[in-house]
Design a protein around this ligand. Structure first.
Ligand code: AHR
Length: 325
């Protein structure tokens, strides 16, 4: 009897230690490192700031389950220090591969050097980092955000005449999509000096942020012609502010956004948004494929660009019934 109880307690202890990755800092190795075929991936997500992010998280979790990858998922709540902590914890746990979507572009070299020294490959997904040392990561999977900004700018150039007043709702300050979407947009509208960005501020990629900043813009800036929002959620927040100010979104003030999530596409189909540039969040499958190759020591391309399109209201109506996210 005593022997049975001792054995049972021992088994529970062992499985608890394995699940915790070694609570005393003595790290439990990841699957491939343990000699079985299961890959352990540490994934640090930006947060849950937008519909896009929710769809991205779901895609990664589902793809990991389908590929038999053990996923250690950590939500950074839009804070770089949380992502750095998570990456250090993944290193301690000796995961096979680390993937993350960096909340901002800069400040990663130290922690990524720690991962490199621990011989753990890193994959950037969705957002890039700004570092001269490209040996700190194996590949970057995600959208071309500059191109997205260009597409948004081109719509404004092609669909407006004469003097045009634009207000810009920027994404999170220092984040790759905020920097690049601004760059691409400005590059294209430069062809039309009568299109002017008269106000620009971060709404942090959130609906509430977009609403708040738009309320301020409506008070400070008379005669806004166009809102350029770096994502759907901020555009949807702007719609609420425009309606509250007694104006008609999509008619009195044109709205161009990026993402094409269901809520954004519904507003586009209803005529409250005028144009959406797609940013595809369904990166899970590609990420798991790249992870398997990287862990196996195979070569992978340094950059994998996501394929994306744009949507007019008519196109939104056509694709909405099939839209996954
Ligand atoms: O990095 C992708 C961007 O982050 C999406 O456009 C936005 O919705 C999200 O918060």
């Amino acid at each position: 009897m005593l022997r049975t109880i001792t054995a049972a307690v021992g088994a529970v202890l062992l499985s608890t230690l394995a699940a915790c990755g070694g609570g005393d800092g003595a790290a439990a190795p990841g699957g491939a490192a343990q000699g079985d075929d299961r890959i352990t991936m540490g994934f640090s997500q930006v947060g849950a700031e937008s519909g896009w992010r929710t769809a991205n998280t779901k895609s990664i979790q589902e793809a990991a389950a389908a590929a038999g990858v053990e996923l250690k998922f950590s939500d950074a709540q839009q804070k770089q220090e949380n992502q750095i902590k998570a990456i250090r914890s993944f290193i301690q746990q000796k995961v096979d591969v680390i993937a993350f979507s960096p909340v901002v572009e800069t400040g990663w070299d130290t922690v990524l050097l720690e991962a490199k020294r621990a011989d753990i490959p890193v994959i950037l997904t969705d957002r890039a980092i700004d570092s001269e040392d490209t040996s700190l990561y194996k590949t970057f999977l995600g959208s071309d955000f500059v191109e997205e900004g260009r597409k948004a700018g081109q719509w404004v150039v092609d669909n407006t005449q004469g003097a045009v007043t634009v207000v810009e709702l920027q994404g999170t300050t220092g984040a790759a999509p905020a920097i690049d979407r601004k760059t691409g947009f400005e590059e294209v509208i430069a062809a039309r000096p009568d299109i002017k960005i008269v106000a620009t501020q971060s709404g942090d990629f959130t609906r509430s942020g977009g609403k708040q900043v738009m309320e301020a813009f409506l008070k400070s800036t008379p005669d806004i012609d166009v809102v350029y929002a770096h994502n759907d959620d901020m555009g949807l927040g702007a719609i609420e502010a425009i309606k509250a100010a007694g104006k008609k979104p999509g008619t009195d003030i044109k709205i161009v956004t990026v993402d094409a999530v269901k809520d954004g596409m519904t507003a586009l189909a209803n005529g409250e948004i005028n144009f959406i540039v797609e940013c595809n969040p369904l990166l899970g499958e590609q990420l798991m494929d790249l992870a398997a190759k990287v862990v196996a020591g195979e070569e992978v391309p340094a950059r994998v660009v996501t394929e994306e399109t744009t949507f007019t209201p008519e196109q939104a109506k056509a694709v909405l019934p099939e839209r996954q996210y």
